[in-house]
Write a protein that binds this ligand. Structure first.
Ligand code: ATP
Length: 370
């Protein structure tokens, strides 16, 4: 990241937001900035408060404490329908008795926008989601993906500054979901509207977002680009939630004579690893974290790596996933691109191998990292 680049003023700022339902504190002193024109995803397990954040920005809920501003003007006393914010719900919430045209025109008619302008804007919105040719159909005559696009056209026609999307793709089948992910991303870029997208699907969050906000129990665990949260998770929770991870208990022995490197004892071996820019004390307990796709398998005779036994092999099309058991009994997952011509791929169940990883692709976190 270029630290000298000017930071743009956030479009929306949430500060010290606390929200309680009954006895339950759902959000606890949460701070969040949304930049103008970015695609932000709130990612986290069920019940961590993602939807509540959206509902507060939309104005469907009020915070117990804290402030929400849009371009530095306080939002929290502005009623939902007067906020430059729109929401696309998982259920699409289309009017079943109206055709597409009327569904999309509804909001502008309520605002008494002149007829000619409504016509122009509805046409433009339906073209944008490639449904102009179906404008006479009712929602029940459309596929799930098409209904989804109508819901988006209806939400963006009022030209909001912020569009909130609450798991809008979760009802779609896998293929359509992938296609809609790309469509939504393209649409967001074209419109330049800030999208705040909620999902508990980590792959969806990584592939769509400019920034990912990883939430846990009413707070924010980490905010970063998809690569930052995947490759440099700041906590064990993030490392585990954003993809699969192998975890090895280890101990820092001492700094290396090579700057930026440390000697670490892992599974009884002394390895020289990158310190990834952190300072460590000799003797410090750490966790060495490894993504399955960074693991490498070699034959048992190889001088490098840790001895292990193949206990499971799962062919996944693009990759071959191998579950390994170390001599300590700990299991590791290795995911490698499938290559029939590579002799190293020909491991059998029960076979002994050596497992290592791509140098410097490990993640190191303090042992007591949450
Ligand atoms: P999911 O992925 O399951 O939708 P989420 O991260 O969006 O979860 P929220 O819907 O924000 O989570 O809910 C957070 C917590 O607040 C949950 O325990 C939920 O039951 C509770 N909650 C949300 N809305 C209300 C409400 N109106 N009244 C009482 N409790 C609520």
């Amino acid at each position: 990241m270029n630290s000298s680049a000017p930071e743009t003023t956030p479009l929306v700022k949430l500060r010290s937001i606390t929200k309680t339902f009954g006895e339950r504190k759902v959000l606890d002193s949460l701070d969040l900035d949304l930049k103008d024109g970015e695609f932000v995803t709130l990612l986290g397990p069920s019940g961590c408060g993602k939807t509540t954040v959206l509902r507060l920005i939309a104005g469907f809920e009020d915070p117990d404490a804290g402030t929400i501003t849009l371009e530095n003007a306080a939002l929290q006393h502005t009623p939902a329908h007067l906020r430059p914010v729109n929401t696309v719900f998982q259920s699409y919430a289309l009017f079943p008795h109206m055709n597409l045209y009327d569904n999309v025109a509804f909001g502008l008619r309520m605002e008494k926008v002149p007829k000619a302008e409504i016509h122009e804007r509805v046409r433009e919105a339906l073209e944008m989601v490639q449904l102009a040719h179906l404008s006479d159909r009712r929602p029940d005559q459309l596929s799930g993906g098409q209904q989804q696009r109508v819901a988006i056209a209806r939400a963006v026609i009022k030209r909001p500054r912020v569009l909130l999307l609450d798991e809008p793709l979760s009802a779609l089948d896998y293929k359509l979901r992938k296609q809609m992910q790309n469509e939504l991303k393209r649409l967001q870029r074209r419109l330049g509207i800030t999208f705040v997208f909620v999902t508990h699907d980590q792959e969806e969050a990584l592939s769509m977002s400019d920034r990912v906000v990883v939430m846990r129990e009413g707070g924010i665990e980490q905010i970063g680009t998809p690569r930052e949260v995947y490759e440099s998770p700041s906590t064990l929770f993030v490392a585990r939630f954003v993809g699969e991870i192998n975890q090895l208990a280890a101990r820092v022995e001492r700094p290396s004579t090579t700057p930026g490197r440390i000697h670490v004892e892992v599974l009884g071996k002394s390895l020289e690893l990158s310190s990834h820019g952190r300072e460590y004390l000799g003797g410090e307990a750490v966790q060495v974290l490894l993504r399955p796709e960074d693991m490498r398998l070699k034959s048992a005779e190889d001088s490098e790596g840790f001895a292990a036994r193949v206990i499971e092999r799962n062919y996944k099309g693009m990759t071959l996933d191998t579950v390994l058991e170390l001599d300590s009994g700990q299991q590791l997952l290795a995911s490698e691109f499938f290559d029939e011509d590579d002799p190293d791929f020909d491991y059998r169940l029960g076979e002994r191998v050596k497992v290592s990883w791509v140098p410097d692709w490990e993640i190191i976190l303090p042992d007591d990292a949450p």
